[in-house]
Ligand binder design. Structure first.
Ligand SMILES: C[S@@+](CC[C@H](N)C(=O)[O-])C[C@H]1O[C@@H](n2cnc3c(N)ncnc32)[C@H](O)[C@@H]1O
Length: 197
């Protein structure tokens, strides 16, 4: 682990890389199937982001959905996570569809416009949620969607509701409460007036 990752883990409440092996493993595919969860929102040729991608459980599935003409931006604060995503992508023959982007804790900082963004089991780790949601809203194309899924184990119903409220205040529009195993999940669109914020 390098110094920057070490500092992130010291100062932020984030999932360390070694803990990611407990939930990012082959068994997870039995209850979190990326194609089944995301297939109706991600199309061939889309540009999509897996924010807080961890070791890339969803990034690889998203790369299969966008196909050879599409692009996945795998975003995380920890280099060790991104290294693993790229290693796995290479092994799966998907490396040319995935760009790994190391972000700062309070800024994603990507230039791409997105058809879809995913924040799976990561929003509860963010201290400054309002600016995070604003940045997502600004990055989404017209008609773009953001799916937030939070782990039931760490996020109770009231906390989830509050997070949805913060997202709404930041310009995202709750569309559908989705049923995803072990998770509380909401699909958002973006209010047209917020896109250029
Ligand atoms: C519990 S893991 C989930 C990983 C992955 N989404 C999954 O479902 O397998 C949370 C990840 O979010 C990342 N993370 C936390 N805060 C972040 C932030 N502000 N920006 C980007 N990534 C963040 C952590 O580094 C960690 O890799």
């Amino acid at each position: 682990m390098n110094d920057r990752d070490r500092n992130v883990l010291k100062t932020e409440h984030v999932c360390p890389w070694w803990l990611a092996y407990t939930f990012d493993n082959p068994i997870r595919g039995m209850f979190h199937h990326p194609g089944k969860i995301l297939g109706q929102y991600i199309r061939p040729g889309h540009t999509v982001a897996d924010i807080g991608c961890g070791m890339g459980f969803f990034s690889l599935g998203m790369a299969r959905l966008v196909g050879p003409a599409g692009r996945v931006i795998a975003i995380d604060m920890q280099e060790k996570m991104l290294d693993t995503v790229l290693r796995r992508a290479k092994r799966a023959g998907l490396a040319d569809r995935i760009r790994a982007h190391r972000c700062e804790p309070n800024r994603l900082g990507i230039p791409e416009s997105l058809d879809f963004a995913l924040g799976f089991w990561m929003v509860h780790e963010i201290a400054e949620k309002s600016s995070f949601f604003r940045e997502i809203g600004a990055a989404l194309k017209p008609g773009g969607r953001f799916l937030m899924a939070e782990p039931k184990m760490h996020v109770g119903p009231a906390d989830f509701e509050e997070t949805v409220r913060v997202a709404t205040g930041a310009g995202l529009e709750p569309e559908t409460a989705m049923k995803i195993r072990l998770s509380r999940a909401m699909l958002f669109g973006v209010r047209p007036s917020e896109r250029s914020v």
